[in-house]
Design a protein around this ligand. Sequence first.
Ligand SMILES: Cc1cc2nc3c(=O)[nH]c(=O)nc-3n(C[C@H](O)[C@H](O)[C@H](O)COP(=O)(O)O)c2cc1C
Length: 160
Amino acid sequence: MDMDTFRAVMGSLPSGVCVVTSVDDEGRPQGLTCSAVCSVSGDPPMLLACVKAPSRTLDAILARKRFAVNFLDADAQAVSALFASPVEDKFGSVAWDDASGMPQLRAAVATAQLIVHDTVQAGDHVIVLGRMVEGEAHRNRFPLGYWRGSYVRVFRIARV
Ligand SMILES: Cc1cc2nc3c(=O)[nH]c(=O)nc-3n(C[C@H](O)[C@H](O)[C@H](O)COP(=O)(O)O)c2cc1C
């Protein structure tokens, strides 16, 4: 099984685009763009995020045992690119706050605050299972999507 085939197969599943955030030992916000985010359980409410190591954000999550997931809105392509880049200060040029604990981005359709429930080493990624302790959804906004290596828009199909 070669990597190109794996990527082509998995890239065929459209996803949302999230920015997973936490705060490092020195109090600095850390974050990375992450499409491997998935709902896991309703009771208790849990989601998972798959993060490739090494990662400053992963280090911060493991140290703090807390993180946030920001589900980006349709106009946030530049935010996604920024948080997927090696820029030192990713938070300097975006609107965000930490009033709920971990960093929340303004350019989001929804945000979730989580406590680490468990972590699982899975190949070259770490699966971070989080229990959601707070969440907020902006029901009038549309999400940013990602499919086959490109950003896509998501819209409702009219009911027949
Ligand atoms: C659309 C998109 C989706 C991504 N999804 C993931 C993902 O699910 N997990 C991951 O570890 N990296 C993912 N990345 C790559 C990271 O965002 C990128 O490697 C980032 O620079 C890591 O930052 P860090 O080294 O500060 O942790 C994605 C990038 C893009 C553009």
